[in-house]
Structures are given as C-alpha cells and as structure tokens.
Write a protein that binds this ligand. Structure first.
Ligand code: NDP
Length: 276
C-alpha cells in the first residue's frame, strides 16, 4: 500500500499528492532517475515532450514491472504543437515515445496567449479524454484569465493546473480560483529549484526543529497546503529524502512562518509573456 495521500480530481480519478519531476534530465539519465524514484516508492512521474526524455522515462516504467494501474504518468504537449490536428499528432508521438497506450494526465504546457491556439488545443484534449487515451486532462501555467476563457468555450473543466509554486511564490490568487472551480493545483519547482529557498533561515530553523532537512519541511508545506508537488532530483539520496516526508507534521507556528516567506517573485517564465 502506498503511503502517499492522493487527491481526487474533478472527474473522480485519484492523483498522488507527491510525484517525481524530470525537467532538465537527459534521456538516458532519466531512465536511471525514474528507476531510482520508483524503487523509493514514487508512483507518479511528471515528464513532457519538451523535456526530450519521454523515451527514457518510458524505459524505466517498463523495466520496473510495476502494474500500469499503480502508476500515474503525466506528460505535456510541446509549445510547437498547439492547434487541434497538431495536438492529436503530438499526443500519438508522446504515447509512442513513452511506450504506453494511455497517460493518466495530459497537460497543455503553456497557454502561449499571443498564439491564441489554446482553446482549439484543449478541444483536441477533450477528444483524447473521450477516447480514453488520457484518464484526465488539464493545463499548466494557465492564469485565471486563460482558465476563464476555457470555461466559456469548452466543456470539460481542467482537472489540474500545474504552476510555479513554492513558499517564496505562493500564488494565492490562482490557488483560490482553482479551489472555487474544482481544479487541483500542482506545484512545479516545489523546492524553488533547490537554490536560495533551502537556505532561508526560517526554513532551516523549521527543519532543525523537526530533525528533518529543509527540502523535507518544504515538501511537507506543499502536502499540508493541499496541492500536488513534483520535486526533481538526479541524486539517489535526495530522491529518497524527498519521498520520506510522511512521518511528521508541521504545526500552526510552522505554517504561519511559511506563509510569511511569500515574495511574489517568479523563478520561471511569466505565462502572460511566454509565447514560444
Ligand atoms: P525543484 O524545485 O524540484 O528543484 C530541483 C533542484 O533541487 C535540482 O537542482 C536538485 O538537484 C535540487 N534538489 C532536489 N532535492 C533536493 C534536496 N533534497 N536537497 C537539496 N537540493 C535538492 O525544481 P524543478 O524546476 O525541477 O521542478 C520540479 C519539476 O516540476 C520538474 O522536474 C518538472 O517535472 C516540473 N516543472 C514544470 C514546469 C512547467 O512549466 N510545467 C516548469 C518547471 C518544472 P539534483 O537533481 O542535482 O539532486
């Protein structure tokens, strides 16, 4: 039995609250990293066409021998493939690279507002869902204004919006919109890309108090805040460390201290401006 709690998506599908991300991991290294993650107990893997490691990820999934129904595999449509027909072709190519006949979650990677193709793209996602080739569909990096437009012009409410989210960039407005519309929030760069966040004195002090590492208390913050987190590492000890976050709880003081860390500053691109 998995010790990872799951969240129920708006179509009834269960999604593990803790997964494993593989951005910036070369294809052959992704095979090793995903294999280590599966051995450590992760069952949810987050890749993307743009990461150029769907094949390596798929090799590790196949070699693991873990029954398909115990895995939760997410991939994302590349930015160059938006548009109805191009999306259907790109999805086939992703499935083939992964070596799977369906994914658990398919996401539009970025809205690319200046291209104005995300509504048509999402209509192709609705077909993929209806055909049973994705168990759930959603988006990534969508601002509330993009979600509003989808709500007006398409039928299926996205199950998930995967956005940049960590204690220094807490995204209160997006999270409130998601809650109101039954969209699960999924945090990318949950460790703040392993840079300054893990050295912030408040985070270090909370880690000491619980005899845990800064990464572990940050991941606890994500879990207790109620969204999905997908930390990435290629370091086996960190892969295991990031999964060992179920034997303790942050208290009210810790959560208040985390709330005060929000700087409202992005590490990654601004979805209003990324267009390619
Ligand atoms: P993370 O916040 O997961 O941080 C990853 C970095 O932190 C790596 O450099 C890693 O180093 C380091 N690290 C991991 N664990 C620890 C630890 N326990 N202690 C210290 N350092 C640690 O950043 P990502 O940007 O990779 O985000 C996670 C995932 O989110 C991605 O892999 C991807 O799946 C997804 N993502 C999605 C985006 C989107 O647009 N939809 C954009 C960005 C990310 P090392 O690997 O060397 O161990």
């Amino acid at each position: 039995m998995s010790k990872v709690p799951s969240l129920t998506l708006n179509n009834g599908i269960e999604m593990p609250q803790l997964g494993f991300g593989v951005w910036q991991v070369p294809d052959d290294e992704a095979t090793r990293a995903v294999a280590t993650a599966l051995e450590a107990g992760y069952r949810s893997i987050d890749t993307a066409s743009l990461y150029a490691n769907e094949e390596g990820t798929g090799r590790a999934l196949a070699a693991s021998g873990i029954p398909r129904e115990e895995l939760f595999v997410t991939t994302k449509l590349g930015n160059g493939d938006q548009g109805y027909d191009a999306t259907l072709r790109a999805f086939d190519a992703s499935l083939s690279r992964l070596g799977l006949d369906h994914v658990d979650l398919y996401l539009i990677h970025w809205p690319l507002p200046a291209k104005d193709l995300y509504v048509d793209t999402y209509k192709a996602f609705e077909k993929i869902l209806a055909d049973g080739r994705a168990r759930a569909i959603g988006v990534s990096n969508f601002l509330p204004e993009h979600l509003e437009r989808l709500a007006g012009e398409t039928s299926v409410v996205p199950a998930v919006n995967q956005i940049e989210l960590h204690p220094q960039f807490q995204q209160a407005a997006s999270r409130a919109y998601h809650t109101e519309h039954s969209i699960v929030t999924e945090a990318w760069s949950p460790l703040g890309q392993g840079k300054g966040l893990l050295e912030v004195p408040t985070v270090v002090a909370i880690a000491r108090k619980h005899e845990r590492t800064p990464a572990q208390v940050v991941l606890r913050w994500h879990l207790q805040t109620g969204h999905v987190a997908i930390p990435k590492s290629v370091t086996p000890s960190r892969i295991r460390e990031n999964f060992d976050v179920f034997g303790f709880e942050l208290d009210g003081d810790d959560l208040a201290a985390f709330a005060a860390l929000d700087e409202g500053r992005r590490l990654g691109g601004d979805p209003a401006k990324v267009n390619g």
